[in-house]
Write a protein that binds this ligand. Structure first.
Ligand code: NAD
Length: 474
Protein backbone atom coordinates (compact mmCIF):
# COMPACT_ATOMS: atom_id res chain seq x y z
CA UNK A 1 0.00 0.00 0.00
CA UNK A 2 1.50 3.39 -0.92
CA UNK A 3 2.31 5.36 2.21
CA UNK A 4 0.28 8.39 1.04
CA UNK A 5 -2.93 6.39 1.05
CA UNK A 6 -2.24 4.56 4.31
CA UNK A 7 -4.42 6.94 6.33
CA UNK A 8 -7.49 6.12 4.22
CA UNK A 9 -7.39 2.64 5.78
CA UNK A 10 -7.48 3.98 9.31
CA UNK A 11 -9.22 7.34 9.74
CA UNK A 12 -8.57 7.30 13.52
CA UNK A 13 -4.84 7.98 13.07
CA UNK A 14 -3.56 11.38 14.19
CA UNK A 15 -1.86 13.85 11.83
CA UNK A 16 1.46 12.98 13.50
CA UNK A 17 1.02 9.26 12.88
CA UNK A 18 0.02 9.80 9.23
CA UNK A 19 2.95 12.12 8.69
CA UNK A 20 5.27 9.56 10.30
CA UNK A 21 4.06 6.79 7.97
CA UNK A 22 4.49 8.92 4.87
CA UNK A 23 7.93 10.24 5.81
CA UNK A 24 9.23 6.86 6.93
CA UNK A 25 8.25 5.29 3.60
CA UNK A 26 9.79 8.20 1.73
CA UNK A 27 13.08 8.05 3.64
CA UNK A 28 13.25 4.27 3.43
CA UNK A 29 12.97 4.46 -0.34
CA UNK A 30 15.49 7.31 -0.50
CA UNK A 31 17.94 5.20 1.50
CA UNK A 32 17.48 2.26 -0.86
CA UNK A 33 18.05 4.47 -3.88
CA UNK A 34 21.12 6.18 -2.37
CA UNK A 35 22.43 4.07 0.50
CA UNK A 36 25.88 5.63 0.82
CA UNK A 37 25.90 9.46 0.83
CA UNK A 38 29.32 10.83 -0.06
CA UNK A 39 31.58 12.75 2.31
CA UNK A 40 30.55 15.99 0.53
CA UNK A 41 26.84 15.28 0.91
CA UNK A 42 27.27 14.58 4.61
CA UNK A 43 29.27 17.76 5.13
CA UNK A 44 26.54 19.68 3.33
CA UNK A 45 23.91 18.14 5.67
CA UNK A 46 25.99 19.11 8.71
CA UNK A 47 26.31 22.64 7.33
CA UNK A 48 22.53 22.77 7.03
CA UNK A 49 22.24 21.88 10.72
CA UNK A 50 24.66 24.64 11.69
CA UNK A 51 22.85 27.14 9.46
CA UNK A 52 19.41 26.35 10.75
CA UNK A 53 20.57 26.49 14.38
CA UNK A 54 22.38 29.80 14.00
CA UNK A 55 19.85 31.48 11.71
CA UNK A 56 16.97 30.67 14.04
CA UNK A 57 18.78 31.40 17.30
CA UNK A 58 16.36 34.16 18.39
CA UNK A 59 13.29 32.12 17.43
CA UNK A 60 14.58 29.14 19.41
CA UNK A 61 15.47 31.27 22.45
CA UNK A 62 12.00 32.82 22.50
CA UNK A 63 10.13 29.60 21.74
CA UNK A 64 11.85 27.69 24.56
CA UNK A 65 11.24 30.57 26.96
CA UNK A 66 7.58 30.61 26.02
CA UNK A 67 7.35 26.88 26.59
CA UNK A 68 9.01 27.05 30.03
CA UNK A 69 7.42 30.29 31.26
CA UNK A 70 10.94 31.63 31.50
CA UNK A 71 14.11 29.99 30.25
CA UNK A 72 17.31 31.93 30.99
CA UNK A 73 18.53 33.24 27.65
CA UNK A 74 22.15 32.43 28.50
CA UNK A 75 21.24 28.82 29.30
CA UNK A 76 19.52 28.44 25.93
CA UNK A 77 22.44 30.01 24.09
CA UNK A 78 25.02 27.84 25.85
CA UNK A 79 23.19 24.55 26.28
CA UNK A 80 21.13 24.49 23.10
CA UNK A 81 22.84 26.66 20.47
CA UNK A 82 26.57 26.56 21.34
CA UNK A 83 26.61 22.90 22.41
CA UNK A 84 24.72 21.84 19.27
CA UNK A 85 26.83 23.86 16.86
CA UNK A 86 30.13 22.80 18.43
CA UNK A 87 29.01 19.15 18.30
CA UNK A 88 28.24 19.49 14.59
CA UNK A 89 31.56 21.25 13.96
CA UNK A 90 33.35 18.44 15.78
CA UNK A 91 31.63 15.92 13.50
CA UNK A 92 32.63 17.93 10.41
CA UNK A 93 36.23 18.06 11.56
CA UNK A 94 36.50 14.32 12.15
CA UNK A 95 34.15 12.98 9.48
CA UNK A 96 36.81 12.00 6.96
CA UNK A 97 38.63 9.92 9.55
CA UNK A 98 35.42 8.38 10.90
CA UNK A 99 34.33 7.30 7.42
CA UNK A 100 37.61 5.51 6.71
CA UNK A 101 37.68 1.72 6.97
CA UNK A 102 39.33 0.53 10.20
CA UNK A 103 42.24 -1.78 9.39
CA UNK A 104 42.49 -4.84 11.60
CA UNK A 105 45.33 -7.35 11.56
CA UNK A 106 44.83 -10.71 9.89
CA UNK A 107 46.28 -13.86 11.53
CA UNK A 108 49.39 -15.33 9.91
CA UNK A 109 47.65 -18.50 8.74
CA UNK A 110 45.05 -16.43 6.81
CA UNK A 111 47.53 -14.21 4.98
CA UNK A 112 47.72 -12.70 2.44
CA UNK A 113 44.01 -11.94 3.02
CA UNK A 114 43.04 -8.55 4.44
CA UNK A 115 40.48 -7.61 7.09
CA UNK A 116 38.64 -4.34 7.51
CA UNK A 117 35.77 -2.87 9.47
CA UNK A 118 33.87 -0.57 7.16
CA UNK A 119 31.30 1.89 8.58
CA UNK A 120 28.04 1.78 6.65
CA UNK A 121 24.94 3.97 7.04
CA UNK A 122 22.15 2.03 8.77
CA UNK A 123 19.26 3.67 6.91
CA UNK A 124 16.47 5.59 8.63
CA UNK A 125 17.01 6.72 12.22
CA UNK A 126 14.20 7.74 14.61
CA UNK A 127 14.91 10.28 17.35
CA UNK A 128 12.48 10.89 20.22
CA UNK A 129 13.52 13.90 22.28
CA UNK A 130 12.41 15.28 25.67
CA UNK A 131 11.40 18.82 26.71
CA UNK A 132 14.25 19.78 29.05
CA UNK A 133 16.87 20.67 26.39
CA UNK A 134 14.49 20.37 23.46
CA UNK A 135 16.77 21.68 20.71
CA UNK A 136 20.09 20.13 21.67
CA UNK A 137 18.58 16.71 22.39
CA UNK A 138 16.88 16.66 18.99
CA UNK A 139 19.73 18.05 16.87
CA UNK A 140 22.83 16.52 18.52
CA UNK A 141 21.73 12.94 17.78
CA UNK A 142 20.50 14.07 14.35
CA UNK A 143 24.00 15.40 13.60
CA UNK A 144 25.59 12.07 14.52
CA UNK A 145 23.05 10.16 12.41
CA UNK A 146 23.52 12.44 9.39
CA UNK A 147 27.31 12.29 9.71
CA UNK A 148 27.00 8.52 9.55
CA UNK A 149 25.07 8.88 6.25
CA UNK A 150 21.56 8.16 7.48
CA UNK A 151 18.15 9.74 7.02
CA UNK A 152 16.53 11.14 10.15
CA UNK A 153 13.06 11.59 11.60
CA UNK A 154 12.74 13.61 14.81
CA UNK A 155 9.79 13.53 17.23
CA UNK A 156 10.14 16.39 19.74
CA UNK A 157 8.25 16.57 23.04
CA UNK A 158 4.65 17.74 23.15
CA UNK A 159 5.54 19.72 26.30
CA UNK A 160 7.52 22.26 24.24
CA UNK A 161 5.03 23.06 21.44
CA UNK A 162 6.55 26.43 20.52
CA UNK A 163 10.02 24.97 20.13
CA UNK A 164 8.63 21.97 18.24
CA UNK A 165 6.94 24.29 15.76
CA UNK A 166 10.08 26.43 15.36
CA UNK A 167 12.17 23.29 14.88
CA UNK A 168 9.70 21.90 12.35
CA UNK A 169 9.82 25.15 10.34
CA UNK A 170 13.62 25.42 10.50
CA UNK A 171 14.27 21.80 9.49
CA UNK A 172 11.64 21.91 6.74
CA UNK A 173 13.16 25.08 5.28
CA UNK A 174 16.69 23.67 5.24
CA UNK A 175 16.32 19.95 4.44
CA UNK A 176 14.68 17.87 1.80
CA UNK A 177 12.26 15.75 3.84
CA UNK A 178 13.78 12.57 2.41
CA UNK A 179 16.94 13.46 4.37
CA UNK A 180 15.76 14.98 7.65
CA UNK A 181 12.28 15.86 8.90
CA UNK A 182 10.38 16.62 12.10
CA UNK A 183 7.14 14.89 13.06
CA UNK A 184 5.16 16.72 15.73
CA UNK A 185 2.51 15.08 17.83
CA UNK A 186 1.68 13.78 21.28
CA UNK A 187 2.39 10.57 23.10
CA UNK A 188 0.42 8.60 20.46
CA UNK A 189 2.93 9.78 17.83
CA UNK A 190 5.77 8.78 20.18
CA UNK A 191 4.21 5.34 20.52
CA UNK A 192 3.80 5.06 16.75
CA UNK A 193 7.49 5.99 16.45
CA UNK A 194 8.51 3.13 18.73
CA UNK A 195 6.44 0.71 16.64
CA UNK A 196 8.00 1.88 13.35
CA UNK A 197 10.72 -0.44 12.01
CA UNK A 198 13.49 2.16 12.09
CA UNK A 199 17.03 0.97 11.49
CA UNK A 200 17.90 2.50 14.85
CA UNK A 201 15.90 4.44 17.42
CA UNK A 202 17.43 6.91 19.86
CA UNK A 203 15.15 7.82 22.74
CA UNK A 204 15.97 10.48 25.32
CA UNK A 205 13.57 10.60 28.24
CA UNK A 206 12.60 9.03 31.52
CA UNK A 207 13.48 5.50 32.58
CA UNK A 208 9.83 4.29 32.86
CA UNK A 209 9.03 5.49 29.31
CA UNK A 210 12.38 4.06 28.16
CA UNK A 211 11.20 0.61 29.25
CA UNK A 212 8.06 0.99 27.14
CA UNK A 213 10.12 2.22 24.18
CA UNK A 214 12.46 -0.79 24.43
CA UNK A 215 9.51 -3.19 24.62
CA UNK A 216 7.80 -1.70 21.56
CA UNK A 217 11.05 -1.54 19.55
CA UNK A 218 11.83 -5.16 20.41
CA UNK A 219 8.82 -6.29 18.37
CA UNK A 220 10.72 -5.20 15.24
CA UNK A 221 14.15 -5.95 16.77
CA UNK A 222 14.86 -2.25 16.19
CA UNK A 223 18.16 -1.47 17.93
CA UNK A 224 17.77 1.26 20.54
CA UNK A 225 19.94 3.81 22.23
CA UNK A 226 18.20 4.82 25.45
CA UNK A 227 19.37 8.06 27.04
CA UNK A 228 17.53 7.97 30.36
CA UNK A 229 17.61 9.61 33.76
CA UNK A 230 18.05 8.60 37.37
CA UNK A 231 19.49 9.82 40.64
CA UNK A 232 23.03 11.11 40.10
CA UNK A 233 25.03 11.52 43.32
CA UNK A 234 27.50 14.27 44.21
CA UNK A 235 30.03 13.04 46.75
CA UNK A 236 31.83 15.58 48.88
CA UNK A 237 34.95 13.80 50.14
CA UNK A 238 36.49 14.79 53.46
CA UNK A 239 39.44 16.21 51.47
CA UNK A 240 37.16 18.59 49.50
CA UNK A 241 37.34 22.36 49.36
CA UNK A 242 33.76 22.85 50.56
CA UNK A 243 33.23 26.34 49.14
CA UNK A 244 34.36 25.28 45.65
CA UNK A 245 32.32 22.06 45.76
CA UNK A 246 29.26 23.96 46.99
CA UNK A 247 29.45 26.51 44.18
CA UNK A 248 29.70 23.80 41.56
CA UNK A 249 26.87 21.71 43.08
CA UNK A 250 24.60 24.76 43.39
CA UNK A 251 25.25 25.65 39.76
CA UNK A 252 24.76 22.06 38.50
CA UNK A 253 21.49 21.85 40.42
CA UNK A 254 20.12 25.30 39.54
CA UNK A 255 20.99 25.42 35.85
CA UNK A 256 17.69 24.99 34.00
CA UNK A 257 16.18 24.91 37.53
CA UNK A 258 17.48 21.39 38.04
CA UNK A 259 15.65 20.06 34.97
CA UNK A 260 18.84 18.48 33.66
CA UNK A 261 19.31 14.73 33.27
CA UNK A 262 22.85 14.95 34.66
CA UNK A 263 22.09 17.42 37.47
CA UNK A 264 23.35 16.25 40.85
CA UNK A 265 20.24 14.62 42.35
CA UNK A 266 21.52 14.42 45.93
CA UNK A 267 24.69 15.13 47.94
CA UNK A 268 26.59 12.68 50.13
CA UNK A 269 28.66 14.52 52.73
CA UNK A 270 30.66 13.53 55.80
CA UNK A 271 28.17 13.93 58.68
CA UNK A 272 30.54 16.14 60.68
CA UNK A 273 30.72 18.63 57.77
CA UNK A 274 27.05 18.51 56.78
CA UNK A 275 26.08 21.90 58.23
CA UNK A 276 29.11 23.54 56.64
CA UNK A 277 28.12 22.02 53.27
CA UNK A 278 24.50 23.20 53.63
CA UNK A 279 25.58 26.78 54.48
CA UNK A 280 28.12 26.85 51.66
CA UNK A 281 25.56 25.64 49.07
CA UNK A 282 23.02 28.20 50.33
CA UNK A 283 25.58 30.99 50.07
CA UNK A 284 26.65 29.89 46.60
CA UNK A 285 23.02 29.69 45.44
CA UNK A 286 22.31 33.21 46.74
CA UNK A 287 25.38 34.53 44.95
CA UNK A 288 24.49 32.81 41.68
CA UNK A 289 20.83 33.87 41.67
CA UNK A 290 20.36 36.73 44.16
CA UNK A 291 16.81 37.58 43.08
CA UNK A 292 15.12 34.50 41.77
CA UNK A 293 11.73 36.23 41.95
CA UNK A 294 12.63 38.81 39.38
CA UNK A 295 15.71 37.66 37.50
CA UNK A 296 15.42 36.34 33.97
CA UNK A 297 18.51 34.25 34.72
CA UNK A 298 16.56 31.66 36.68
CA UNK A 299 14.53 29.19 34.63
CA UNK A 300 10.93 28.23 35.40
CA UNK A 301 9.59 24.77 36.03
CA UNK A 302 8.15 23.58 32.73
CA UNK A 303 4.51 22.97 33.69
CA UNK A 304 2.00 23.23 36.54
CA UNK A 305 2.03 19.45 36.83
CA UNK A 306 5.82 19.33 37.28
CA UNK A 307 5.65 22.29 39.69
CA UNK A 308 3.13 20.57 41.96
CA UNK A 309 5.05 17.30 41.75
CA UNK A 310 8.17 19.07 43.04
CA UNK A 311 6.24 20.88 45.78
CA UNK A 312 4.75 17.61 46.92
CA UNK A 313 8.23 16.04 47.14
CA UNK A 314 9.17 18.74 49.67
CA UNK A 315 5.89 18.41 51.58
CA UNK A 316 6.29 14.65 51.78
CA UNK A 317 9.84 14.96 53.17
CA UNK A 318 8.65 17.56 55.73
CA UNK A 319 5.76 15.31 56.76
CA UNK A 320 8.26 12.53 57.32
CA UNK A 321 10.29 14.76 59.66
CA UNK A 322 13.08 16.15 57.42
CA UNK A 323 14.35 19.71 57.89
CA UNK A 324 14.15 21.90 54.79
CA UNK A 325 16.34 24.88 53.86
CA UNK A 326 14.82 27.06 51.15
CA UNK A 327 17.26 29.49 49.54
CA UNK A 328 15.47 32.64 48.43
CA UNK A 329 11.87 33.55 48.37
CA UNK A 330 9.13 31.84 46.46
CA UNK A 331 6.65 34.68 47.01
CA UNK A 332 4.53 35.48 44.00
CA UNK A 333 6.67 33.24 41.87
CA UNK A 334 4.05 30.77 40.92
CA UNK A 335 2.77 32.52 37.79
CA UNK A 336 6.22 31.88 36.33
CA UNK A 337 6.64 28.62 38.27
CA UNK A 338 10.04 29.53 39.73
CA UNK A 339 11.04 27.20 42.53
CA UNK A 340 13.92 28.19 44.81
CA UNK A 341 16.76 25.81 45.60
CA UNK A 342 15.38 23.71 48.43
CA UNK A 343 17.73 21.53 50.44
CA UNK A 344 16.16 18.60 52.27
CA UNK A 345 18.39 17.59 55.15
CA UNK A 346 18.81 13.89 55.82
CA UNK A 347 15.40 12.84 54.52
CA UNK A 348 14.15 9.37 55.47
CA UNK A 349 14.93 6.87 52.72
CA UNK A 350 11.26 6.08 52.20
CA UNK A 351 10.46 9.71 51.35
CA UNK A 352 9.51 10.30 47.71
CA UNK A 353 12.48 12.64 47.24
CA UNK A 354 14.79 9.63 47.73
CA UNK A 355 12.63 7.24 45.73
CA UNK A 356 12.36 9.02 42.37
CA UNK A 357 14.48 11.21 40.10
CA UNK A 358 13.92 14.77 41.34
CA UNK A 359 14.41 16.76 38.11
CA UNK A 360 14.05 20.14 39.79
CA UNK A 361 15.93 22.40 42.25
CA UNK A 362 15.39 20.20 45.31
CA UNK A 363 18.59 18.83 46.82
CA UNK A 364 18.69 16.14 49.50
CA UNK A 365 21.82 16.43 51.66
CA UNK A 366 22.69 13.05 53.13
CA UNK A 367 25.17 12.53 55.98
CA UNK A 368 27.44 9.55 55.74
CA UNK A 369 30.05 8.46 58.25
CA UNK A 370 32.68 7.05 55.89
CA UNK A 371 33.52 6.14 52.31
CA UNK A 372 32.23 2.57 52.59
CA UNK A 373 28.83 3.90 53.61
CA UNK A 374 28.85 6.27 50.61
CA UNK A 375 29.74 3.41 48.25
CA UNK A 376 27.00 1.20 49.72
CA UNK A 377 24.52 4.05 49.41
CA UNK A 378 25.22 4.39 45.70
CA UNK A 379 25.58 0.70 44.94
CA UNK A 380 22.31 -0.18 46.71
CA UNK A 381 20.52 1.95 44.10
CA UNK A 382 20.13 1.90 40.32
CA UNK A 383 23.26 2.80 38.39
CA UNK A 384 23.24 6.58 37.95
CA UNK A 385 23.65 8.55 34.72
CA UNK A 386 26.37 10.75 36.25
CA UNK A 387 28.53 10.79 39.36
CA UNK A 388 30.33 13.80 40.78
CA UNK A 389 33.23 13.54 43.18
CA UNK A 390 34.81 16.49 44.98
CA UNK A 391 38.11 16.27 46.82
CA UNK A 392 41.86 16.38 46.74
CA UNK A 393 42.71 12.82 47.70
CA UNK A 394 43.45 10.98 44.43
CA UNK A 395 43.55 7.57 46.09
CA UNK A 396 40.09 8.06 47.60
CA UNK A 397 38.83 9.33 44.24
CA UNK A 398 40.14 6.29 42.36
CA UNK A 399 38.62 3.92 44.93
CA UNK A 400 35.21 5.53 44.49
CA UNK A 401 35.42 5.54 40.69
CA UNK A 402 36.49 1.88 40.63
CA UNK A 403 33.79 0.76 43.02
CA UNK A 404 30.84 2.55 41.42
CA UNK A 405 29.35 2.17 37.94
CA UNK A 406 27.80 5.32 36.47
CA UNK A 407 27.13 6.55 32.93
CA UNK A 408 29.82 9.24 33.22
CA UNK A 409 31.84 11.16 35.78
CA UNK A 410 33.04 14.69 36.34
CA UNK A 411 35.64 15.11 39.07
CA UNK A 412 35.62 18.39 41.02
CA UNK A 413 32.78 19.90 39.02
CA UNK A 414 29.38 19.04 37.54
CA UNK A 415 28.01 18.50 34.02
CA UNK A 416 31.28 19.03 32.11
CA UNK A 417 31.82 15.47 30.85
CA UNK A 418 28.67 15.86 28.74
CA UNK A 419 30.06 18.85 26.86
CA UNK A 420 33.32 17.11 25.91
CA UNK A 421 32.67 15.69 22.44
CA UNK A 422 35.65 13.33 22.65
CA UNK A 423 33.88 11.49 25.48
CA UNK A 424 30.95 9.17 24.73
CA UNK A 425 27.75 10.20 26.51
CA UNK A 426 25.26 7.64 27.77
CA UNK A 427 23.94 5.78 30.76
CA UNK A 428 24.45 2.33 32.19
CA UNK A 429 21.91 -0.06 33.70
CA UNK A 430 18.66 1.82 34.36
CA UNK A 431 20.18 5.15 33.29
CA UNK A 432 20.48 4.02 29.69
CA UNK A 433 21.75 1.77 26.95
CA UNK A 434 24.35 2.85 24.38
CA UNK A 435 26.02 6.20 23.85
CA UNK A 436 26.55 9.02 21.38
CA UNK A 437 28.59 12.25 20.96
CA UNK A 438 31.76 12.32 18.86
CA UNK A 439 33.08 9.01 17.53
CA UNK A 440 30.59 7.09 19.69
CA UNK A 441 27.70 8.84 17.93
CA UNK A 442 29.06 8.09 14.47
CA UNK A 443 29.55 4.42 15.35
CA UNK A 444 26.16 4.11 17.07
CA UNK A 445 24.45 5.14 13.83
CA UNK A 446 26.70 3.07 11.56
CA UNK A 447 26.80 -0.61 10.86
CA UNK A 448 30.45 -1.33 11.61
CA UNK A 449 30.64 -4.01 8.95
CA UNK A 450 33.43 -6.58 9.19
CA UNK A 451 34.79 -7.55 5.76
CA UNK A 452 37.32 -10.26 5.00
CA UNK A 453 39.05 -9.76 1.63
CA UNK A 454 40.30 -13.17 0.56
CA UNK A 455 43.45 -13.23 -1.52
CA UNK A 456 43.38 -14.85 -4.91
CA UNK A 457 46.52 -16.69 -3.83
CA UNK A 458 44.76 -18.24 -0.84
CA UNK A 459 44.51 -21.98 -0.53
CA UNK A 460 41.18 -22.76 1.12
CA UNK A 461 41.25 -26.44 0.20
CA UNK A 462 41.64 -27.45 3.85
CA UNK A 463 38.02 -26.32 4.35
CA UNK A 464 36.54 -28.46 1.56
CA UNK A 465 35.35 -32.07 1.70
CA UNK A 466 36.19 -34.87 1.68
CA UNK A 467 37.03 -34.20 5.35
CA UNK A 468 38.23 -37.52 6.69
CA UNK A 469 41.90 -37.48 5.71
CA UNK A 470 42.14 -33.76 6.52
CA UNK A 471 40.74 -34.14 10.05
CA UNK A 472 43.32 -36.87 10.66
CA UNK A 473 46.08 -34.41 9.79
CA UNK A 474 44.77 -31.55 11.95
P1 NAD B 1 9.44 11.43 28.90
O1 NAD B 1 9.98 10.04 29.02
O2 NAD B 1 8.14 11.73 29.56
O3 NAD B 1 9.24 11.84 27.36
C1 NAD B 1 10.30 11.83 26.42
C2 NAD B 1 9.73 11.75 25.02
O4 NAD B 1 9.04 10.52 24.87
C3 NAD B 1 8.73 12.84 24.64
O5 NAD B 1 8.95 13.21 23.30
C4 NAD B 1 7.38 12.13 24.76
O6 NAD B 1 6.41 12.63 23.88
C5 NAD B 1 7.74 10.72 24.34
N1 NAD B 1 6.88 9.69 24.90
C6 NAD B 1 6.14 9.73 26.03
N2 NAD B 1 5.52 8.54 26.23
C7 NAD B 1 5.90 7.75 25.20
C8 NAD B 1 5.63 6.39 24.84
N3 NAD B 1 4.83 5.61 25.57
N4 NAD B 1 6.22 5.90 23.74
C9 NAD B 1 7.06 6.67 23.01
N5 NAD B 1 7.36 7.94 23.28
C10 NAD B 1 6.78 8.47 24.36
O7 NAD B 1 10.61 12.38 29.42
P2 NAD B 1 10.57 13.92 29.63
O8 NAD B 1 9.70 14.23 30.81
O9 NAD B 1 10.30 14.61 28.34
O10 NAD B 1 12.11 14.21 30.00
C11 NAD B 1 12.60 14.09 31.28
C12 NAD B 1 13.33 12.77 31.47
O11 NAD B 1 14.30 12.61 30.46
C13 NAD B 1 14.11 12.72 32.78
O12 NAD B 1 13.99 11.45 33.35
C14 NAD B 1 15.56 12.97 32.36
O13 NAD B 1 16.53 12.46 33.23
C15 NAD B 1 15.57 12.29 31.03
N6 NAD B 1 16.63 12.87 30.20
C16 NAD B 1 17.69 12.11 29.88
C17 NAD B 1 18.71 12.66 29.12
C18 NAD B 1 19.92 11.87 28.71
O14 NAD B 1 20.61 12.31 27.80
N7 NAD B 1 20.21 10.75 29.34
C19 NAD B 1 18.62 13.97 28.67
C20 NAD B 1 17.50 14.71 29.01
C21 NAD B 1 16.50 14.14 29.77
Amino acid sequence: MPADTAHMENPTKSDGERSLERLFALQKKAHRDAPYPSYEERISNLDRLIRLTEANEEKFVNAISEDFGNRARHETIIAEIVVTVSGVKHAKKHLKKWMRPRKVSTPLHMLPAKSRIEPQPLGVIGIISPWNYPLQLALAPAAAALAAGNRVLIKPSELTPHLSEALFNAVTAEFDESVCAVVTGGVETGQAFTETPFDHLLFTGSTPVGVRVAQAAAKNLTPVTLELGGKSPAIVDKSADIAAAAKSIAHGKMMNAGQTCVAPDYVLTPGDRRDEVVSAIAEAARNLFPEIDTTQDYTSIVSDRHFSRLQSLVEDAKDKGADVVEVGSSNALNPQRKLPLTMVIDPPMDSAVMQEEIFGPILPIISISNETEALDFINDRDRPLALYWYGDDDTARDRVLQKTVSGGVTVNDTLWHVAQENLPFGGVGKSGIGAYHGTAGFETFSHMKPIFYQSRFANSSVMYPPYTEKTDKV
